[in-house]
Design a protein around this ligand. Sequence first.
Ligand code: FES
Length: 269
Amino acid sequence: MRSKAHISSHPIHPMLVAFPIGLFITSLAFDAIGVSQGIPSLWSAGWYCILAGDIMAVLAAIPGAVDLFTTVPPQSSARSRGYRHALLNVLVLFLFIAVAAYRGGPAAAPDQTSFTLSAIGVFCLFISGWLGATLVYRNQIGVDHRFAGASKSRTVTVNDWNLPVCKDEDLAPGQLLLAVIQGARVVVGRCPDGLMAFDDHCTHKGGPLSDGALVGCTVQCPWHGSQFDVHSGTVVAGPAKDSLKTYDVQARDGQIYVFPKRTETEKAA
Ligand code: FES
C-alpha cells in the first residue's frame, strides 16, 4: 500500500527512524565507554544523543501515525502489529525522556538507574524495529505497486454510492482501483468477463486485495496468496476460508458506479 506521508512515493517514516535508532544506541555506547574509561566528554555526548534522539523520535512518529491510520488496512493483522509497534516506540521515547530528565544535564555521569532505563529502551527499540520491518517486508506497507498504464491515482474517495468511482476508460483489463465509498473499501476492476467489484479486506488476515494480482477473474492476496473468484467472491485457494463480499457494478454514460449487492427481491421491486 502506497504511503500517504511520502516524498515522490518514498515513505518519510522509514527515512526518519534511522535517527532515533542510531542516536539512542550511540548514547548507550557513549555512556558505557565514558564511565568505564572515565571520559566525561563521552557521557556528555551520550546525554546530547538522547536529547537529539527524543526530538527525532517525535518527528518520525508523525509520518508513522499518518501511515498507521491511512495506509495500513483497517481490521487487519498489520493494523494490530502497527499498534504494537507504535506503543513500543512511545514507551522507548518516554524511557529516554526519563533518562535525560533524571540525569538533568550533560555533566552528570550516568548511574545504574540511567543504564538500566537506557538498556530497556534499546531492547524495546529492537523489538519495535523488528515489528516495523515486518510491516514493510511482509505486509508491504509503504510499497508502491505499479503496473503499466495504470492511472496515478489508484485510490479514490467517494461520499455517496450514487456517485461514479471513475471513468470507464480509467480501468484497463487486469487493473484494480480502490474506491472508499462512505467508509467501505471496495476494489473495482476489469477482468475478461467485464467489470466487477469486491471488498478490499481479505477474509484471511485483512490483506489489501487492491494491492493483489488479478489474473483472469481471480484475485490473489498479496500477503499469503489466498485466491478469490471476483464475481462470486468464493475462495479458489486458501489459506482464506470465507468468501469475499462482492458488489454490483455498472458502467453508465462512460462512468463506473458501484452499489451494495441487492437481493433478488430488491431487484424485482
Ligand atoms: S491476508 Fe492472508 S491471504 Fe490475505
